[in-house]
Ligand binder design. Structure first.
Ligand code: IMP
Length: 184
């Protein structure tokens, strides 16, 4: 990785800063506060979709005030900078979610395929409620209907890295979010 605050190179691609860490943290705190109110006394279970959402989820649960549980599901549909078009469950839903208040934590909604598929799996378990939180959404890329309760930021259709999101395995450790520089 070759990086400074404003730009980073990952393999052959150049990215520029979109959201610095402080801006992200302010949004995460606001969403955490809203969930603390809406889910007070419900002992929600936060289901973080791996790998990309692990950083967001770890910050979000620390902004949640009250009892909660945390679990992880691994789904994938991306290869490089383009969706592969198929969602594969790599490992998943170990526990019974029936009658539980579930908060799904996603890093980014692109086509919506991943969340659309996952919501179907979740609904089979008949939870008491499903609340969906995504840090990022690309409205111009959306192809599948996905109800979202909290969105950190709406972004353009450019590939992004950082704060858990990767390009070819790299960039997850960047504290800010960086977007692909458009070729001139
Ligand atoms: P979707 O199924 O097309 O909505 O894609 C969702 C998944 O693709 C996310 O959970 C990410 O893992 C990955 N993804 C989509 N867009 C990006 C991006 O811009 N950067 C990194 N990963 C992305």
């Amino acid at each position: 990785m070759n990086s400074n605050i404003d730009s980073v190179q990952l393999r052959e691609l150049h990215f520029e800063l979109l959201y610095p860490a402080a801006r992200i943290q302010a949004r995460v705190e606001a969403i955490g506060q809203a969930l603390s109110q809406s889910h007070a006394g419900k002992n929600p279970i936060f289901l973080s979709i791996l790998s990309g959402a692990f950083v967001f989820a770890s910050d979000l649960i620390r902004c949640y005030q009250g009892d909660c549980e945390v679990s992880f599901v691994k789904l994938s549909s991306y290869s490089g900078t383009a969706s592969s078009g198929a969602v594969q469950t790599v490992f998943g839903l170990g526990q019974n979610l029936s009658e539980r208040h579930v908060v799904v934590v996603e890093d980014i909604v692109d086509t919506g395929r991943t969340l659309h598929y996952f919501r179907g799996l979740l609904e089979e378990q008949q939870p008491a409620s499903i609340t969906v939180v995504t840090l990022l959404r690309k409205p111009d890329a959306l192809e599948f209907p996905v109800p979202l309760d909290h969105i950190g930021f709406d972004i353009s259709n450019l590939f992004v890295v950082g704060y858990g999101l990767d390009y070819d395995g790299l960039g997850r450790n960047l504290p800010g979010i960086y977007q692909l520089k458009e070729q001139l």
